[in-house]
Structures are given as C-alpha cells and as structure tokens.
Design a protein around this ligand. Structure first.
Ligand code: HEC
Length: 276
C-alpha cells in the first residue's frame, strides 16, 4: 500500500515537473533567449546570399554559375513527344517566359527606333477573349484604378491628390494608334515600366513586379474596353441587350449610383455581355 502511494506521488510529481517545463514555452513574455529543443535545426551552418565566406578561395558565399550553364528552358526537347507525354505545354510556356524571345509579346516593342510610333506594337499580340478582359478588369481595379479611376478617367482617389494628374484614357490621343500614345504596345510598356520625365523623375510607378506579361496585356484589353464603353449610343450593337434596359433606367443618374453592387456599371455591362 505504502509502496503504491509512493509510486502515485512520484508519478504526480513527474507530471507536475513535465507540465512546469513545458509551460512558459509559448505565449509568455521573457527577455531570456528562447528554449531550443532542436538546436541543430535552428542553428544550421549555412550561407546567406551576398555574404563573405572564407570557405571559398574567392571569398564569396554566392557561387557563380558553372561555366557553360544555360537557362534550363534552352535545352532542346522533343516537342511532339513532350506533348504526347502530357507535360509539354507547361514546359513550353515556362521556356518561352524564361527566354522572352518574342519581343512584341514580352516587351510590346519592335526593333524600330524608340521615338517612332512603330517602336510600339499596334495591337495586343494575344487573343482577346472575355476571360482576358475580365482578368484585366480585376488587375486594373487593383493596380491602376487608385490613380486612373475605375472608369479610367484619371479621377481615382489617389490620382486626385497625386502631384501629376494621371492620364484620362478617354482623351482621344490614347486611342489614336498612328501615334505612340495610342499604341497597345505603349500602354503595355507604361503599365510594366512606369513613366519617367527626361530628368529621371518618376511620374508613374511601373507595375512589372505585380503584372506579368500576360496580365499586363489583359489590363490593356480592359483599358480598350473602358474606352469603347464611352460615347457609344445605347442602341449600338456593342451594348448587350440584357444590359440595355438597366442602362436606360440609369440614364440621368451618374454611372453606378443607382446600383451599389456595380460601381463600374459601364465596364461590367460590356464584360458581362459576352456570356450571352
Ligand atoms: C500612383 C498613381 C498611378 C497608378 C497606380 C497608375 N498610374 Fe498610370 N499614370 C499616372 C500618372 C500621374 C500619369 C501621367 C504622367 C504624365 O503625365 O507624365 C499616368 C499615365 C499613364 C499612361 C499614359 C502615358 C503617357 O505617356 O501619356 C498610361 C498608359 C498609364 N498611366 C497606364 C497605367 C496602368 C495600366 C496602370 C495600372 C497597371 C497605371 N497607369 C497605374 C499615375 C498612375
């Protein structure tokens, strides 16, 4: 009996001790260094990029590529066999995106001198579908509308207070494809690279970090859609019939104010039309 009691007491004692050790690991504030249960995982030997090391003769932790290294996408593949095997498409796309060989698609430009309109390609080089326009609408609303406004008229909330007045895409100069400003390639270029004045001061930030080439073309297609949505007669073919009556009801009230769920009634009228 006594023996059993002692065992229970020891067991309870151990439980309490274990509890005591484990509590205080999480959620409590302390200035002591944290407990490390697996120190080898926390404190591994490793190189940080751009750091100095004495391990390599040249003192650099970051190793130069082995001589003769090429981008993996340049490796020859048997296209037909790859497609048949079911992994070819993805590989091809990766390869194209890596190499950016197609200047018009990846830069929106041609080899003509930069000050000529023909330096920028005239038309979007990918197929313009409803999906592309919708994707463009989503990206435009996220990245461009703060300055250029949801309708592209340059009156976004940030744009109204910006040091430079953002472009109003409904100005006819942005639709004249004989001139640089109206070229699809130029809009693409500005979307990805931004705008700088000759002295190098930024007038508009570039969005290449947020919009890949495909997404930037999508945004261009949406800007063209916004432009097409202006100055059109309500009887025009491009106004989807399902939207016509709704637009008639809204006539006289500022766009979007009669229906809170569609702040951009004109743009989405066009966008939704394709589903018919
Ligand atoms: C921070 C505000 C801001 C944002 C966000 C912004 N822009 Fe701009 N954008 C401007 C300003 C300001 C100008 C006018 C600059 C000038 O007049 O030199 C401009 C001009 C332009 C022009 C006309 C260029 C020209 O030479 O006249 C295009 C095209 C354009 N923006 C596209 C876009 C696209 C596409 C996006 C979204 C990816 C975007 N902008 C996001 C501020 C912005």
């Amino acid at each position: 009996m006594n023996h059993a009691r002692t065992s229970i007491a020891i067991a309870l004692g151990l439980t309490a001790l274990a509890g005591g050790t484990l509590t205080g690991c999480r959620g409590e504030r302390t200035d002591k260094p944290p407990r490390q249960f697996f120190p080898d995982m926390d404190d591994q030997e490793r190189f940080k990029p751009q750091y100095e090391t004495h391990f390599f003769a040249d003192g650099r932790s970051q190793r130069p590529a082995v001589a003769g290294t090429v981008a993996y996408g340049r490796a020859p593949i048997d296209h037909d066999a790859a497609i048949e095997a079911g992994w070819g498409d993805q590989f091809e796309t990766q390869r194209e995106r890596l190499l950016k060989d197609d200047q018009s698609l990846y830069f929106g430009t041609t080899s003509a001198p930069a000050d000529e309109a023909s330096h920028y390609i005239r038309d979007i080089p990918v197929e313009v579908t409803m999906d592309l326009i919708r994707e463009g609408q989503e990206k435009f609303d996220i990245y461009c509308a703060v300055c250029h406004g949801y309708e592209g008229d340059g009156h976004g909330p940030v744009g109204n207070r910006y040091t430079v007045r953002p472009a109003n895409f409904h100005d006819p100069k942005y639709a004249n494809k004989d001139d640089i400003l109206g070229r699809d390639g130029y809009v693409f270029h500005v979307a990805r690279n931004g705008l700088y004045d000759p002295a190098g001061t930024m007038r508009m930030p570039g969005y290449g970090h947020a919009l890949d080439e495909h997404e930037a073309w999508a945004v261009v297609s949406y800007i063209r859609t916004l432009q097409a949505s202006r100055g059109v007669s309500i009887d025009s073919d491009i106004v989807p019939s399902v939207q016509r009556s709704r637009l008639m009801e809204q006539q006289g009230s500022p766009v979007g104010q009669s229906d809170e769920t569609t702040p951009n009634a004109t743009g989405s009228a066009i966008a939704e039309g394709g589903e018919q």
